[in-house]
Design a protein around this ligand. Sequence first.
Ligand SMILES: [Ca+2]
Ligand SMILES: [Ca+2]
Length: 298
Amino acid sequence: MVGSGVPSAAIFCENLADADAPFHFKLLSLIIRTGIIGWIHGSIFANDFASIHYLFIIKSFTMKRLIILLLCCTFGMYINAQEKTLEPRVLLPVPDIDLVQCEKLVIAANDDYDNYEAMSQKEKDIIAIAEWDEVLMHFYSPACSWYCGGQIDTVTASSSLSEKYLAENAHDFSIITAWVEGKEDNEEGEYLLYSFPGTCPRITGVMILNGYTKNEEVWRNNGRVAKLLMYYNDEPYAILNLKDTRDCQIFDVGTLGYEDKSNAPAWTIKFEILEVYPGDKYQDTAITEIYFDGIDVH
Ligand SMILES: [Ca+2]
Ligand SMILES: [Ca+2]
């Protein structure tokens, strides 16, 4: 009496109507459930006991057509509403050296060559690591990159723990500074917002140093991000699944920005925390860097 499509439709509705489902999913789920129950009800009892709203539906459509139509609509909306989920394409390990000392040495050497000449061989070796390491060279070497043409207007955040942990720390090319959200307890919903001028070269890659990476102990004590919801121009675009590692995580995100930059509007990318790996000591989630790779530069 009841078609085989009904149980699977009911299960589909269960999935759509879970607590995290958007409102329109829940509404459609309710309509489909009502229709299914009405159909069963009508099939068993004919129209004798059918309630007024079932009768309204039955008069308007045949039940099968209604269910198929609603399922198609719902499934189409479900597919449309799904952001792509991205895993890091590659993990680049941060070298096992004292990063605070490394940064001090690199800055001193760049300030004045005499400073470099005066350093011990051990200190010069640390600078050599910084110049040739795949992660540190993004920070401390003058090698060509997207940043030869890339411009970012502002980096802001929904909150910050204090003046020491502002949003710009997530884009200052210092491996020892981090943005730390300022929300008590739960970090979900906190975000970093990057604003780009319309003339900015396009972005194809996002690089993330997850947590407070300056040393292993600080990294473990503070929270790290497990999932980031990435928005492009305020529209959900992708979910980034981050590994719980100090390695630099590189995501291929497709091409963002404008190819034709004449009169192109400014654009934004927002990174919102969806889930975290809790810290051992603090309920503070940190991001040391989110920076970019892309095209249109050379
Ligand atoms: Ca930083
Ligand atoms: Ca917090």
